[in-house]
Design a protein around this ligand. Structure first.
Ligand SMILES: [Zn+2]
Length: 299
């Protein structure tokens, strides 16, 4: 039988879409699925601090990349068999962002949004909470949404507004708009750190990037998986040079101390890592290398 394209003599149309972006592995009794939301374009030579633009270009070149690069936006589902827990939600409808594929990729992975029982946010930045609503409506109608009390206090308390620089005002409006919808739907819960946010998952403080940033440690059987949110934005640079910060860090010095602590512990304990901004699927391990560290992606 002729291929359809032989009939007309034309080349089959190619949609330009990627295959569904999810990646699955097991940890103890749990199934972990990395979900791609897309990628954010970042001029790292302008955003990274504590390093010269030339050095950034050098480090990126070693990874066959340029300083202006697409940075993955990853979220993760932990499926315990009884509960489905989503860690971060991608950027949703962020202006100028071409991602927002979280919902489609969740469905492709067998997890329609209504099947999610619990959403854990590593912090209140739009590329992590943006997928919580679509056109103002909560996307995960059956989920509790948990975030640290400290980040909720910083981003959702309108009294803070006068004390913050104008460059962050839009982020505040954005956070309040989305998070208030979730709160109004009765879904929002805050916790003090450290916290057992699920029988298998602990939230541990990772301040600096935002005041109430956390990492989530899953202990499932003999396996430990650390979902570390924004500990690293530029893996080709910051893994080797953890003292390099990024302008999105609210307290850069604290963010550097946190990064150094988390990297040291991750390498020492041999955690598997789920990283929000390391190339999809953002799952791998950290080993010491010279003065810094090296990322070993899952194969
Ligand atoms: Zn982020």
């Amino acid at each position: 039988m002729n291929h359809p394209s032989d009939v007309t003599g034309s080349v089959p149309q190619i949609s330009g879409l990627q295959a569904p972006g999810y990646y699955r592995l097991t940890a103890g009794d749990a199934t972990i699925t990395a979900i791609s939301d897309g990628a954010l374009k970042m001029p790292l030579d302008k955003l990274l601090t504590n390093i010269s633009p030339e050095k950034v270009a050098q480090r990126m070149a070693l990874a066959a990349m340029t300083p202006e690069t697409d940075v993955s936006v990853n979220a993760f589902v932990v499926d315990t068999g009884e509960q489905r827990i989503l860690i971060d939600t991608g950027a949703g409808q962020l202006p100028g962002y071409t991602g927002g594929h979280l919902q489609d990729n969740l469905r492709a992975a067998g997890y329609p949004p209504e099947s999610i029982d619990l959403v854990l946010l590593t912090h209140i930045h739009s590329d992590h909470f943006g997928g919580l609503t679509l056109n103002g409506t909560p996307v995960f109608p059956n989920a509790q949404v948990k975030v640290s009390q400290e980040d909720a206090r910083y981003w959702l308390d309108r009294d803070n507004f006068d004390d913050i620089p104008e460059s962050r005002h839009r982020s505040f409006h954005n956070a309040q708009q989305v998070m208030e919808r979730v709160r109004a739907a009765g879904q929002l819960q805050t916790f003090d750190l450290p916290a057992q946010v699920h029988p298998l998952i602990r939230a541990l403080p990772a301040p600096g990037h935002t005041p109430g940033s956390v990492v989530y440690l899953l202990e499932s059987g003999a396996d430990k998986v650390l979902f570390w949110g924004d500990i690293i934005h530029a893996e080709p640079v910051q893994m080797q040079e953890p003292h390099v910060a990024i302008q999105f860090d609210i307290d850069q010095n604290q963010a550097i101390r946190t990064r150094e602590t988390v990297l040291a512990e991750t390498a020492r304990e041999g955690y598997l890592v789920g990283a929000a901004h390391i190339a999809f699927p953002g799952i791998g391990r950290v080993v010491r290398s010279g003065e810094g560290y090296r990322w070993i992606a899952v194969s």
